[in-house]
Design a protein around this ligand. Structure first.
Ligand code: ADP
Ligand code: MG
Length: 279
């Protein structure tokens, strides 16, 4: 297939962030070794990456290749061994203190004894936000993830997919410029995952928050992203960065189109070349 077949149809806006958009993540020559009892474990090796405002970038690679580690570096939960990283032009520590990012984990991690609304308000309360503002934020972001009417439920009264939407709303409640999502739908069945994929894409179109998303699923990565970063088995290196220009208002049906299948094929080939994927 020719490269032009991957371009959006005339009249649809290209989705890639313009080159002039500000850098949200800037990583240069980054490596990270964990100190384990039996010696160092090299988890990431020589990572170079730029993510610009408004992008949706997915990381895909085999288990143990360092995807979570890379997110943890961005979030300042672990320090790199070499190289540099800037988040919104700051060190990761400064960015963390300024709450520049929201973090969504694979498990929703909600407090079972707090209602949905009070789960959302807790981190805002810790930030010292006034009550009226906390309540307004909780209302706004629950509505944005389609959960109005569920404010006074407890997490255990909701399905897994709804709980994950609560944790997305909670991360958005900070109004971060950057949303880090580490296999957020990995524990869900395919039907719910599909539904949340569509939901997340609509949410991203509305908020234009920059998203960095980790997944094992080629379909999910291609459906959601404007760039897909393919990583090698440990030590994690970037093998290939694949651009995607699917139409912005796409629905799940796009997965049947030749354009989608061509991008998915490129991702699969990149993974296969590193012996990290077999079907
Ligand atoms: P992924 O998210 O891609 O599955 P991780 O980033 O969790 O991979 O882990 C990358 C590698 O680093 C794995 O080999 C893992 O065993 C190792 N690792 C992760 N955390 C630690 C740690 N705290 N100490 C030692 N090794 C670790
Ligand atoms: Mg992981």
């Amino acid at each position: 297939m020719s490269a032009s077949a991957l371009k959006p149809a005339a009249g649809t806006a290209a989705r890639s962030a313009p080159a002039a958009a500000p850098l949200v993540i800037d990583i240069d020559g980054l490596s990270l070794a964990y100190q384990a009892a039996d010696g160092p474990v090299l988890a990431l090796s020589d990572i170079d990456l730029e993510v610009r405002a408004g992008e949706f970038v997915s990381f895909i690679g085999p288990s143990g290749c360092g995807k979570t580690t890379l997110m943890r570096v961005v979030a300042n939960l672990v320090e790199p061994s070499a190289g540099t990283i800037r988040v919104n032009g700051m060190t990761p520590e400064e960015a963390r203190l300024k709450r520049a990012y929201g973090y969504v984990f694979q498990a929703p991690a909600l407090y079972p004894w707090r209602t949905v609304r009070r789960n959302l308000m807790l981190p805002l309360e810790i930030m010292g936000m006034k009550r009226a503002e906390r309540e307004a934020r909780a209302r706004k972001y629950l509505a944005l993830v389609g959960l109005e009417g569920f404010e006074n439920k407890f997490p255990w009264q909701l399905s897994g997919g709804m709980q994950q939407r609560v944790s997305i709303a909670r991360a958005l409640g900070f109004e971060p410029q950057l949303l880090l999502m580490d296999e957020p739908f990995g524990a869900l069945d395919e039907i719910n995952r599909d539904r949340l994929n569509e939901h997340l894409l609509r949410l991203w179109e509305k908020t234009r928050v920059t998203v960095v998303f980790v997944t094992h699923s080629i379909q999910e990565a291609v459906y959601l992203s404007n760039r897909i970063v393919v990583m090698s088995p440990r030590p994690g290196r970037i093998l290939e960065v694949i651009d995607s220009d699917l139409p912005p208002d796409r629905t799940l049906d796009v997965r049947e189109t030749p354009e989608f299948l061509a991008i998915a094929h490129r991702v699969r080939m990149a993974l296969r070349a590193s012996h990290s994927y077999d079907d």
